[in-house]
Each structure stands twice: as structure tokens, then as C-alpha cells.
Design a protein around this ligand. Structure first.
Ligand SMILES: [Zn+2]
Length: 267
């Protein structure tokens, strides 16, 4: 705990000297409508700058290695559906999306269907894990595409590599292994990325599904339905995060589509 506190202070100090970057196309003010996420988002930005300026580099190969480890851990834990129309459908949606990524970083994207009642989807090193409960929750291929598009962008926007950098940087500062591989995996699988990262993936993922010919409003529909079901699903579900977050995510995506594409999604 003490180390963590020290690290937070260090990030803050180092960042007072770091330059901040601005993003123009994606507007996240929708997240701050009640002021609850300002702290996490500001801290997330500062930390990202810190990692970019001082963190150790992470290669695609290293990310893919982590993806491989996550895959092996999941194989121990869950049954994978390797055949059948569901996995074939997921693969074909992923294929359509992957070829429409702007300036792809070079991940070899793969998708897996895990047999579990947990409503979840997660990713590491280009590998996307989709649960059977999530498959049932989605009412169309457009909604499935919205989830996959979101997961693709956790890779493309460097969110996984930030997580790896965080571990590497912490280890090199303290000269010891403060996080074992299993605790790192635990973090990947259970820690929500900060709210801004989640929203960023929603918006870029929605851009991607729109470009690939899927209905862009499906992201909004999905989050609105998630909001209605929030009470029912309170297991890990890191992608759904906590109430009232699903509602905010629907609003952010809806505003993004209105501003950038003049698309009005039905309420
Ligand atoms: Zn996410």
C-alpha cells in the first residue's frame, strides 16, 4: 500500500513537468455530467503521460505473449467452443472489423467463445474473449460487433500496453517484483480501465463498426439495455462497470454519433 501511495505521488510530481496532449475528435465531457469521474480521468491522463514519457517500451510481441498467457489461464478455467455457428459468427464479424481498422498496429486478432454465465468480454494481445452469456445478451450481429469493436480498441489505443508498462515501471523503480504474473493477470481480467479509456473504446469502436457496415446505434442500444439490467449482473463484469455508468456510456456514444455523423439514435 505504501509503495502504491509513493508511486501515485511520484506520478503527480513527474507529471507537473510533463507536457499534456489534447484530443480533438473525441469529446468526453459527457462523462463528467455529475462530476464523479473527473478525478479518475484527470489521474488517468496524467498517468498516461507519465507512462509515455518515462515508462519502459512494450512491443507488440510482448503484448501478444501476455495474450497467450491469458489464453492459457482461460483454457484452465473455461470450456471453449471451437465449433458451431456462434464461434463462426464471431470470427466472421471480427474479420469484417479487423480489415477496417485505421492504421492498425499489427495485432493478429483472434476471438474465443468461453462457456460461462458471466456477462463479460475482455482482451489482451489481440486475443478477444467473448462469453456465451454475452452472446445471449446481444440481440443482433450489430451489437456483437459493438462489443468486439470496443475490445479491438483496447489493443489499438494501447490500454493493455499501458498496463504492462505500469508493471514494468513499478518494478524498475522499486528494484523488485512487486507484481507477480498472476496478480497482473488478475488486474487485466478484473480491473476496469479508467472511465475515459472505456468511453474512448466505445467511440472508436462505434466508428469502426459504422465503417464496416454495422449499425452504429447498436452501441447505444446495448448500453441502454445494460443500464436496465445493471441490478441483475453484479459479478465481475468489468466492462459494464458500476451504476450509473452504462447510462453515461449510452449518452456519450449517442452524442458522438450526432456530432460526427449527424446520426440520431432512437431513445
Ligand atoms: Zn473495455
Amino acid at each position: 500500500m505504501k509503495e502504491l501511495f509513493f508511486l501515485i505521488i511520484l506520478f503527480a510530481v513527474v507529471n507537473s513537468f510533463a507536457q499534456t496532449k489534447t484530443e480533438s475528435k473525441y469529446d468526453f465531457s459527457c462523462l463528467d455530467s455529475d462530476g464523479s469521474s473527473i478525478v479518475t480521468n484527470v489521474f488517468g491522463d496524467l498517468e498516461k503521460d507519465m507512462l509515455n514519457n518515462y515508462g519502459l517500451a512494450v512491443s507488440i510481441e510482448e503484448e501478444e505473449k501476455i495474450g497467450e498467457i491469458v489464453f492459457k489461464e482461460c483454457e484452465k478455467e473455461f470450456k471453449f467452443f471451437k465449433l458451431g455457428k456462434e464461434i463462426e459468427n464471431l470470427k466472421s464479424i471480427l474479420k469484417k472489423l479487423a480489415k477496417n481498422i485505421d492504421k492498425p498496429k499489427g495485432f493478429k486478432y483472434e476471438i474465443f467463445l468461453l462457456d460461462t454465465t458471466m456477462l463479460n468480454a475482455f482482451t489482451a494481445g489481440g486475443k478477444i474473449f467473448f462469453t456465451t452469456e454475452m452472446y445471449r445478451f446481444c440481440k443482433s450481429n450489430d451489437e456483437i460487433a459493438a462489443i468486439i469493436g470496443h475490445e479491438i480498441y483496447h489493443n489499438e489505443l494501447g490500454h493493455i500496453s499501458d498496463q504492462i508498462k505500469r508493471e514494468k515501471t513499478a518494478n524498475s523503480f522499486f528494484g523488485e517484483q512487486i507484481g507477480s504474473i498472476s496478480s497482473f493477470l488478475g488486474k487485466i481480467l478484473t480491473t476496469p480501465f479508467n472511465q475515459k479509456n472505456e468511453a474512448h473504446c466505445d467511440l472508436t469502436g462505434t466508428d469502426l463498426i459504422n465503417k464496416a457496415g454495422f449499425k452504429p446505434c447498436s452501441t447505444v442500444i446495448l448500453w441502454n439495455r445494460m443500464k436496465e439490467n445493471e441490478g441483475q449482473y453484479n459479478e465481475i463484469e468489468f466492462i459494464f462497470n458500476s451504476h450509473p455508468y452504462s447510462g453515461k456510456r449510452a449518452v456519450c456514444t449517442s452524442e458522438h454519433l450526432k456530432i460526427n455523423y449527424s446520426i440520431i439514435c432512437e431513445e
